[in-house]
Design a protein around this ligand. Sequence first.
Ligand SMILES: CC(C)(COP(=O)(O)OP(=O)(O)OC[C@H]1O[C@@H](n2cnc3c(N)ncnc32)[C@H](O)[C@@H]1OP(=O)(O)O)[C@@H](O)C(=O)NCCC(=O)NCCS
Length: 213
Amino acid sequence: LALQKFYKTKNDLSIGLWKIEENELFFKEQLHLSEIEEQELSELSQRKQIEWLASRYLLHLTLGKEDRYSCIKDDHGKPYLLGLNQYISLSHSRDYVATIFGNKPCGIDIQYYIDKITMISKKFVTNTEWSFINMEQKIAYLHAIWSVKESVYKAYGKKGTSLLNDILVHPFELDNNYKAEIYATLDKDGFQKKYKCEHNVFEDFTIVYAFEV
Ligand SMILES: CC(C)(COP(=O)(O)OP(=O)(O)OC[C@H]1O[C@@H](n2cnc3c(N)ncnc32)[C@H](O)[C@@H]1OP(=O)(O)O)[C@@H](O)C(=O)NCCC(=O)NCCS
């Protein structure tokens, strides 16, 4: 049986987490995709198709509505539900998919731990952020910062937002279970938005959700 988790956060957001063990056909039979969704799906590689399908299915399950709402993209690639006034976000990594929805702008990111994170860190970690990283847990801190920034990016949703220059993570500490409440500020084009994020680690994955405060 696939691991399936669904919970409401204390911030009134609903999160789903699913380990994919089903095949494409299973999801296709459940979903009844709209034409525009079929088109988007057909442009993806085989591996991406299953993640894409699983995330739409998980979102449908967690919404708990009898009818399924078509999940489509705006000009920036940000997903939304046609005909339902809810903010949504999706993420996939390896065999897992994660979804979030709620009444406020929100983003979710799930990420398998990768060794090369240190190598790519200059693309997303500022000097100020480096200064509060606990070097004994460098890999965990870098993944946390990365996922926080990706979640904030998704909550905001506009292309051309730089993880390095536009999203700044405030100092934080991971506890013994690698949990943390983390704040971040998006500072772009002369305005600021503040986000609160919840960070968790399970198996070798980090999972973060962010919402506008
Ligand atoms: C869009 C982006 C956030 C996706 O993240 P990812 O880790 O590659 O993949 P995830 O599985 O976590 O997320 C994919 C989902 O993001 C969502 N997404 C794409 N563009 C989005 C946007 N503009 N706003 C909100 N969500 C978006 C989609 O729903 C997508 O899932 P789908 O294809 O099934 O619909 C990422 O590719 C990106 O552009 N990041 C910022 C740019 C950057 O600097 N990246 C490199 C940092 S080292």
